[in-house]
Design a protein around this ligand. Structure first.
Ligand SMILES: Cc1cc2nc3c(=O)[nH]c(=O)nc-3n(C[C@H](O)[C@H](O)[C@H](O)COP(=O)(O)OP(=O)(O)OC[C@H]3O[C@@H](n4cnc5c(N)ncnc54)[C@H](O)[C@@H]3O)c2cc1C
Length: 1151
């Protein structure tokens, strides 16, 4: 499929060749028509731009109460206006540069819309400031409001280059100009560029983050009129002369039709590939010179083997000569909050990344051998020979040097492959006998990307421990991670390998012609069952499926390892099944470890020896069992048939033996239960790098990998990187170890310095459950929190991690720094803290006066640093904290548990249970407009009551039934409007068992007593369904049905209800009604509803109940799903209904 760039080039060439008239830029309306086709035909916005931008901006938006934004070239619609509503609401000031008059007018109309759907940026504090000129080097948006800035230039939190930087020159200067327009205080502003192409040449600028969307596609109707609008937009001009324009239109249509891809499912459309990238820059983007002054750099990427990597344009390649240089790189990256890539052997596509600094380790190329006993330092029970290899060594260096000492290390098949191999696994011909390369690692020296410190883990001979190196606390964890996932946790300087006696290898090759796919399947099945499964572990047999001169072939190589002398004259006999199945071998040789590198069939035997070596390749590797099964063999055979170039092939590396002796969780690698590692290899002639041919081969690799994925027993993480197509493969790498790795990544690389290595899942930014433990001084808040933490950490939910933190520690820290008080004593010495309490309180209040959002900042700080599933927070000072704060942590369930203890108990305990007490020592304030989620009476002695409480009320939030219910809620993106991810909560009832499950959970999660409930009230439609089933189940006799006005017969009471976030009409207020005498005065009422979002419906319901004489404090509310981002609880509290106790079964982030 041609991409837009090649289409543009061809269209322009044609126009030049015709040269019949001068060209002219498109008019506003021509641009408008072409742009419309481009946008309509592209999934880029919803599949790439909006999700990536939301992800990138969420931390910034969440940390500020208001955001000012500038968009460059937004077209008729603001991109920010398409973000989830929670983010859009933060935008208080908006400006744009949009030179197209039509677009500018429509943009203003959209932003100022008073229509039903309202403005996409509903919280703007002033009119949008749309400049109808291009953004230029001297552009400013100075207005009357910018007089506060020292230079009169208006500044922004976010500047967005919306739709490619085509035609904008010089690009890097324009980005620098934008960087100069970011707000300096508070730091953290961001310039984001979306560009429709795979590369942006921005020399001298370093990216904060990048993302790519290589699979973007534009779909255009195959109609003359559509093409006549589309082609000029892509070419960038029309012909001045009308006749010439007509002539070129005819030619351009032909070109579009000739270059486009067609899809059977959409015969009326043409498809063009349209890869897109996002690059984000902060004020640190120009900090490269600082690093270049400290460390040696190299020009050009010639040492890098991967052609794919060479097409990327790194910000710089640094070649450290000593560990200190590596530390400087890391410290620089941490200071400027940018990522780094690392180059080992340079075989992966992501060791260089656009606008990212790359650290080339090639200077660390020494190999040291320690025979038994020479190691020095601490004695070890395992006294075999060791090899210390620098991270710049290649496999060939290690094999050659160790062989001279009669030793070897199990590595891979090619001599030029580097540290990426042994850090991520390392499958080679010794794997069945000795294990993978990572299994031989017993120690490592690593520069921490969290601190820049030098660490050593496991066994490192004392001579090779740098003087500054320290053993980290999590030594075991880090060594475990290095063995299979070692590219994600630090920059590895060297590893220590266990070494083995160097063997000789006998190598036999067969190439078997296959008549068709059926024969391929039968042969593979025979090979698997009668050969691969039968040979002893000192033998391994690899298979290849490839095409040669159009014919399918099965290649087989058998490697036999022997430490006794082998000669050609005295070969070991060939295992019988091989001869029977494959016949006589085509060749046979005996080689040493170095000679082994030249025996690879893909280097010597296939396609005339790798097509004369003038090819480039792209690989992904999956682990398979039973390659001879019909399902697997069919996919393998079909894959080779469909390879876009005749050189594409599959390599099946033999596993089992010692590979499977290691438990899945013993090393980070994880996947051990496989018989073959299937390397799907796309190959194309080197002179076609960067062309459609290369792109097709890469797409073929991904497509074969996707087909095999459901049948695979895991994925090899080597080569997986930031390409979004790798994400689903990475999700199957590392077997059961993913969540441990994710946690370790969070703590070992908190700044995501190694952002471009194999993607690991993010530790959820927010814990699943956050419990604010409140109550009076000495009621036992810290004490109870610790008990509950231990229940979670040691109880039946062993996979969960819990932790308790005091939110007031941040204030104590700041107070100690400001006043000289002893921080340690403030944190741990109760008497000392009591002494400082009044001053601390005054200090905190002063701080809040200066920074009114301080409590929110403190909450976000503790939550983001938590890295646990359950977080208990003590020391809260806020009133009604759940209502006030839950929108800040919308992906978590936020609860308040209030600890009560009598005045006597608290007096008696003063000084005993230590710790807590940030509220005054008054009796509990009973605020009728605020009810905690749960109350725990802490009057008894001992832990038992607290433990029981957690088992009864807290652990059930992790019951699998709740997760089952959550899984039943289908997300529907952009419904009913763009930007809303609708959750089909009512859809639960349409799934088998859904309503019964939901009803039973509503019943058991209720913290009150059903026997004391008089009425279940509910509002149409969702409420009716759930409430009816629930009332029947819990035997509540009376239902109060609340309906829209006009549907219930009189007498009724009625209230007005404002529209909710998903209402189709912003101005549509509704009237709700309830039978006047349905709810007896003073009754105990439970309101049941499907969703709590903005809270408008619930407010109307509570208001009706209030009119019926039921105060909110007598009402319990049970909802199936809550969306905290809409701040429904806060609305209820503002309207005086905070006394109602609200419980929700499920909590969903997002809009
Ligand atoms: C021709 C060829 C043959 C291959 N044969 C085999 C084989 O037989 N067995 C096998 O298992 N695999 C094999 N592979 C896959 C190979 O293991 C991966 O491509 C591996 O990532 C290459 O490592 P590298 O150091 O050469 O590449 P690089 O691109 O330099 O590095 C790969 C990854 O490791 C990271 N990295 C490198 N050095 C360090 C360091 N010091 N600290 C932290 N991170 C680092 C890089 O940042 C990158 O993410 C082969 C690949 C090719 C291209």
């Amino acid at each position: 499929m041609a991409n837009l760039d090649s289409l543009k080039w061809t269209l322009r060439q044609k126009a030049m060749a015709m040269a019949s008239s001068p060209t002219q830029p498109l008019s506003d309306s021509q641009y408008d028509a072409g742009f419309d086709i481009l946008v309509q035909g592209s999934g880029t916005y919803q599949d790439f731009i909006v999700p990536q931008l939301s992800l990138l901006l969420a931390p910034l938006f969440n940390s500020r109460t208001c955001i000012s934004a500038l968009e460059v070239g937004p077209g008729p619609k603001s991109i920010l206006g398409c973000l989830p509503v929670g983010l859009r609401r933060k935008v208080k000031r908006y400006a744009a540069f949009e030179p197209n008059e039509l677009f500018a007018t429509r943009l203003e109309e959209w932003l100022c819309s008073t229509s039903d759907t309202g403005s996409p940026l509903p919280c703007l504090e002033g009119p949008p400031d749309v400049h109808r000129i291009p953004f230029g080097l001297d552009s400013t948006t100075s207005t009357a409001t910018s007089t506060g800035t020292s230079d009169g230039v208006e500044r922004f939190d976010v500047i967005l280059f919306c739709h490619s930087m085509y035609g904008m020159k010089p690009k890097h200067k324009l980005i620098e100009r934008a960087l100069g327009m970011l707000l300096e205080r508070p730091e953290g502003g961001i310039v984001v560029v979306f560009h429709r192409d795979e590369t942006l040449h921005l020399d001298g600028l370093t990216c904060h983050r990048t993302a790519s969307f290589p699979t973007g596609v534009i779909r255009v109707a195959d109609e003359d009129e559509a093409l006549d609008f589309f082609a000029p937009l892509i070419a960038g001009f029309v012909m001045h002369d009308a006749d010439a324009d007509k002539g070129i239109q005819i030619e351009w249509r032909k070109i579009c039709r000739a270059l486009a891809h067609r899809d059977e499912a959409h015969p009326d459309h043409l498809f063009f590939s349209s890869p897109e990238i996002m690059a984000a820059f902060t004020q640190h983007a120009t900090a490269l010179t600082e690093l270049m002054a400290q460390v040696p750099a190299v020009s050009g990427a010639n040492a890098v083997k991967s052609r794919e990597a060479r097409l990327h344009h790194p910000a710089a390649i640094i070649r450290p000569r000593e560990i200190g240089h590596v530390q400087q790189c890391v410290r620089w990256a941490l200071k400027h909050r940018v990522g780094l890539t690392v180059v080992g052997g340079g075989h992966s596509g992501h060791c260089l990344w656009p606008n990212v600094v790359s650290v080339d380790m090639s200077a660390f190329d020494e190999v040291h051998i320690f025979t038994a006993g020479e190691e020095g330092g601490t004695s070890s029970s395992d006294s075999g020979p060791l090899v210390v290899a620098g991270a710049g060594c290649k496999s060939g260096d290690i094999v050659r040097k160790t062989m001279a000492a009669g030793l070897t290390v199990p590595l891979g098949a090619r001599p030029s492959v580097g540290a990426g191999l042994w850090l991520q696994g390392g499958i080679g011909h010794l794997a069945r006998l000795h294990g993978l390369a990572c299994d031989a690692i017993v120690g490592a020296v690593v520069v921490s990307v969290a601190s820049g410190e030098v660490l050593y883990v496991g066994r490192v001979p004392s001579q090779h421990r740098p003087a500054v190196a320290v053993r980290p606390e999590n030594d075991g964890d880090l060594l475990w991670a290095v063995k299979g996932a070692g590219t994600n946790f630090g920059i590895v300087i060297s590893v220590t390998f266990k070494a083995y006696t160097a063997p000789a290898y006998s190598v036999r090759n067969w190439i078997v012609p296959l008549s068709d796919n059926l024969e391929a399947r039968l042969r593979l099945s025979d090979f698997d069952e009668s050969v691969a499964r039968k040979v002893p572990r000192h033998c391994s047999v690899d298979a290849y499926l490839f095409r040669d001169r159009g014919k399918l072939r099965l290649g087989v190589t058998m490697f036999e390892v022997s430490t006794t002398r082998l000669t050609l004259e005295t070969p070991t006999p060939m295992p019988t099944p091989l001869g029977t199945i494959l016949g006589l071998e085509d060749n046979f040789e005996i080689v040493d470890g170095v000679g082994l590198f030249d025996t690879e069939m893909y280097m010597s035997g296939m396609h005339g020896g790798h097509a004369g070596g003038k090819t480039s390749s792209f690989k992904r590797c999956l682990f398979l069992k039973e390659i001879g099964s019909v399902e697997v063999a069919d996919i393998l055979a079909a894959a080779v048939e469909t390879g876009p170039s005749p050189f594409c092939y599959l390599h099946l590396l033999h596993g089992g033996g010692a590979v499977g002796d290691v438990a899945d969780d013993a090393t980070a690698l994880g996947c051990r239960d496989w018989d073959h590692a299937c390397v799907v290899t796309g190959v194309w002639p080197r002179d076609q790098d960067g062309t459609e041919v290369a792109r097709a081969a890469v797409e073929w690799v991904y497509s074969v990998a996707r087909n095999l994925l459901p049948l695979s027993s895991g994925v090899y993480s080597a080569d997986l990187g930031p390409d979004p197509r790798d994400a689903e493969l990475a999700a199957k790498a590392f077997g059961p170890n993913l969540s441990r790795l994710a946690r370790l990544k969070h703590s070992s690389d908190p700044g995501n310095v190694l952002a471009y290595a194999c993607p690991l899942p993010k530790v959820p930014m927010e814990p699943k459950l956050i419990i604010l433990v409140t109550g009076d001084s000495c009621a036992g808040k810290d004490y109870c929190a610790e008990i509950w933490v231990s229940v979670f950490n040691t109880g039946s939910y062993k996979t969960l991690r819990a932790r308790a933190v005091s939110i007031s520690d941040a204030t104590k820290r700041e107070y100690a720094a400001a006043t000289g008080a002893d921080l340690e004593r403030l944190l741990r010495d109760r008497a000392y803290k009591e002494q400082h309490r009044p001053a601390l309180t005054t200090y905190f209040q002063d701080q809040v006066r200066q920074r009114p959002r301080l409590p929110e900042e403190h909450l976000l700080d503790v939550v983001h640093d938590a890295a646990v599933d359950v977080l208990f927070i003590t020391g809260m000072r806020d009133e009604a904290p759940v209502a006030a704060l839950s929108h800040l942590v919308p992906d978590s369930r936020l609860l308040e548990v209030s600890i009560k203890a009598s005045r006597e108990t608290r007096r008696a305990r003063r000084g005993c249970q230590g710790g807590d007490g940030d509220r005054n020592d008054n009796d509990s304030k009973e605020d009728s407009n605020d009810r905690p989620s749960l109350v725990f009476s802490n009057d008894t002695i001992g832990n038992e009551a607290a433990r029981e409480f957690s088992e009864h009320y807290l652990l059930p939030f992790f019951h699998e039934d709740l997760q089952r219910l959550a899984n039943m809620v289908r997300p529907v993106p952009n419904f009913p409007r763009r930007g809303i991810e609708f959750r089909d909560v009512l859809g639960i009832t349409q799934l088998s068992g859904g309503l019964a499950l939901c009803t039973s959970l509503l019943q058991t999660h209720f913290t009150g007593d059903w026997a004391k409930v008089d009425v279940v009230a509910c509002c149409e439609t969702g409420g009716f369904v759930f409430a009816t089933a629930l009332a029947a189940q819990v035997d509540v006799q009376r239902l109060a049905l609340i309906r829209e006005a006009g549907k219930l017969p009189p007498p009724v009471i009625s209230v007005l209800k404002s529209p909710s976030h998903i209402s189709s009409s912003a101005s549509m207020e509704k009237r709700f009604e309830m039978g006047r005498d349905v709810v007896p005065r003073g009754a105990s009422v439970v309101v049941v509803d499907d969703v709590l979002a903005t809270g408008e419906t619930l407010c109307a319901v509570l208001q009706l109940l209030d009119e019926a004489g039921i105060g909110a404090e007598n009402v319990n509310v049970m909802v199936v799903a809550e969306f905290p981002v809409h701040r429904g609880r806060e609305l209820l509290r503002r309207r005086g209904f905070g006394g109602a106790k609200i419980q929700s079964l499920l909590v969903f982030g997002g809009a």
